[in-house]
Design a protein around this ligand. Structure first.
Ligand SMILES: Nc1ncnc2c1ncn2[C@@H]1O[C@H](COP(=O)(O)OP(=O)(O)OP(=O)(O)O)[C@@H](O)[C@H]1O
Ligand SMILES: [Mg+2]
Length: 242
């Protein structure tokens, strides 16, 4: 479903991605780990076409997203949901309207259907009753959950999550992961999750990879990564490099 081939990206002299190769299968729940500032967010931005590679490609369901334009790009992007690391909401819209926004913009659903979907999505992330508040009136963790609801309300086939549960208490974090797992079972959702939650994230994902020095230094099942014999991976898991 996601295939990254020899991806290179630099900013000035800062070569952030130096030949990333990675494949994620349809229906897989996958984690990307790695130290801060190593290019995880840059990588995820290439996966939705927000950044263009200097070299290499990102293929989503066989299509090179960096080379699509117009209607084809819109169609592909509509199949992908993304929750950014600093989950951007519209400050002038209520919680309800933030979640309703993509449905109003990108679908032909009527007001009643939109209303039902928004309320169900907010209920899913534990925000029932908060519909009329504005982003400035809710906590950081609640804003993050609104961003998750806004992503899930579009029923994406693929979700890209940049640290979805950072700043959330464990109960809410678990409820977001249960929602992802439920969607995986019901609709074969493919999820790509950037996470610093170690070792917690390994309980949720099928496989994981570590990004280091611009490349994927190891990819494997959660068990394989946790029992890695690669020195840098071992050190990272023990919190000895950051
Ligand atoms: N638009 C940009 N212009 C210039 N440099 C950038 C840009 N975006 C990212 N970078 C640089 O790319 C590097 C990787 O940044 P990135 O945000 O991907 O790190 P990260 O692995 O997501 O870190 P964290 O775990 O802290 O979120 C950093 O050195 C950053 O300064
Ligand atoms: Mg980041």
């Amino acid at each position: 479903m996601i295939e990254i081939v020899d991806l290179h990206k630099k900013f000035g002299t800062n070569a952030v991605l130096r030949g990333v190769n990675l494949k994620v299968a349809k229906g897989e729940t996958f984690a990307l780990i790695g130290a801060s500032g190593k290019g995880k967010s840059v990588l995820i931005k290439h996966m939705i076409g927000l950044m263009k590679p200097d070299q290499g490609q990102v293929k989503i369901d066989g299509q090179d997203i960096g080379r699509l334009h117009g209607k084809k790009l819109v169609q592909l992007k509509n199949r992908i949901g993304i929750v950014f690391q600093f989950g951007a909401l519209f400050d002038s819209l209520s919680v309800f309207d933030n979640v309703a926004f993509p449905l109003q913009e990108k679908t032909r659903l009527g007001a009643k259907q939109i209303n039902d979907k928004v309320l169900a999505a907010l209920d899913n992330v534990g925000l029932k009753g908060e519909e009329e508040k504005f982003p400035a009136q809710i906590s950081g963790g609640m804003r993050k959950r609104v961003a998750v609801a806004r992503c899930l309300v579009m029923d994406p086939e693929i979700i890209l999550f940049d640290e979805p549960t950072t700043g959330l208490d464990p109960v809410i974090a678990n409820s977001i992961y249960s929602t992802i797992q439920k969607l995986q079972r019901e609709r074969n959702l493919t999820s790509f999750i950037i996470s610093h939650e170690i070792p917690g994230i390994f309980k949720i994902v099928d496989r994981a990879a570590m990004l280091h020095d611009g490349r994927i230094i190891q990819v494997g099942t959660s068990d394989e990564i946790q029992n890695s014999t690669v020195p840098i991976v071992q050190k990272f898991l023990k919190g000895e490099i950051e």
